[in-house]
Ligand binder design. Structure first.
Ligand code: NAD
Ligand code: LMR
Length: 328
């Protein structure tokens, strides 16, 4: 049975993530295989032609679920009536830069986009910010959309989550599907904390199945610095894996997490785990009835506490910086 169409806005549609993302959305992987998709592509004027080229290719795929494609350089038009907003468009970092270096350049993009979402998005709009620094960009957009419930603004740490899953699976010689309850805490940055103390493999705590030295000196830095390692190797930041994580994030948000498992997402803090209220920080989250909920009641030992606090301190600094820049 065919369902009601969903309007999906993708910003930065002509960029490398956009190219890896749009075909998967149009093929039915974002929501489900029965929901028609209306695509809205937002680009800067100089890149509209390239987005038109991608739209021609989307047409040439004859995707049964793809109802329409609109391309615009106007944020209000792009977000009018949108149900899912994927905020990808931003300047990616180059070699030697940290994601925080992009705050000023990219912060300016997310204020007008937050305003446009506030002005015209559908009542059920869900926003995922991919463009870096993703958590603080999400905070900026959210701050400019006072009429949209704050919890509809999220930042992507699913790529970090997926990276952590594979690193652990390879270490233990198990399948990624054997891993449950992994968590990325904090910022999508080199300070993020991938937590194995609550993760389970074969029903047992993952941290107890690996050497402490591997966990502290290999696993955590490998996951936290994977973005930089990809930039080094590819000469460009991750694209297909980022698009894949964006698909996973929204699919989970809409369709739910499996029983007995959770995922990681940057969501507005309600003060849980000592993360200041209002910051957009990564937490362990379940998704039920179309809503993310922070998993409550986990015990946090000293090793984890220190690392969560360090990443949250960075988020607090980023928030203070964008406040000073007048972006929130
Ligand atoms: P890219 O440079 O290939 O594409 C970015 C696109 O955004 C360009 O086409 C550009 O014209 C467009 N753009 C710029 N300003 C815009 C605006 N105001 N409105 C609409 N479009 C705009 O970059 P990319 O590799 O696709 O990466 C996009 C962003 O995603 C970067 O910030 C990158 O760092 C980030 N990223 C995040 C994650 C994550 O896990 N959160 C992973 C990978 C990349
Ligand atoms: C990533 O994690 O791959 C992205 O955030 C790109 C980057 O700048 O690291």
């Amino acid at each position: 049975m065919t369902k009601a169409p969903v309007t999906v806005t993708v910003t930065g549609a002509a960029g490398q993530i956009g190219y890896a993302l749009l075909f998967r959305i149009a093929s039915g992987q974002l929501i489900d295989a029965e929901t028609p998709i209306k695509l809205r592509l937002l680009e800067i004027p100089q890149a509209v032609k390239a987005a038109e080229g991608t739209a021609m290719e989307l047409d040439d795929c004859a995707f049964p679920l793809l109802e329409s494609i609109d391309i615009t350089d106007d944020a209000r038009t792009a977000f009018d009536g949108t149900n899912v907003a994927l905020l990808v468009g931003a300047r990616p970092r180059a070699k030697g830069m940290e994601r925080g270096d992009l705050l000023e350049a990219n912060g300016g993009i997310f204020k007008p986009q937050g305003e446009a979402i506030n002005a015209g998005a559908a009542d059920d709009v869900r926003v995922l910010v991919v463009g870096n620094p993703a958590n603080t960009n999400a905070l900026i957009a959210q701050a400019h959309a006072p009429d949209v419930p704050a919890e509809r603004f999220t930042a992507m740490t699913r790529l970090d989550h997926n990276r952590a899953q594979t690193q652990l699976a390879q270490k233990l010689g198990v399948s990624v599907t054997d891993i449950r309850k992994l968590t990325i805490w904090g910022n999508h940055s080199a300070t993020q904390y991938p937590d194995l103390f609550h993760a389970e493999v074969g029903g047992k705590i993952a941290a107890e199945q690996v050497e402490q030295s591997w966990l502290a000196d290999e696993f955590i830095p490998t996951v936290a610095k994977r973005g930089a390692a990809i930039i080094d190797a590819r000469g460009a930041s991750s694209a297909a894996s980022a698009a894949n994580a964006a698909i996973d994030h929204v699919h989970t948000w809409v369709n739910g997490t499996p029983e007995g498992d959770w995922t990681s997402a940057g969501v507005v803090s309600d003060g849980s785990y000592g993360v200041p209220e209002g910051l957009i920080s990564s937490f362990p989250v379940t998704a039920r009835d179309g809503k993310f909920e922070i998993v409550q009641g986990l015990e946090i030992d000293e090793f984890s506490r220190e690392r969560i606090d360090a990443s949250v301190a960075e988020l607090t600094e980023e928030r203070d910086t964008v406040r000073k820049l007048g972006l929130i």
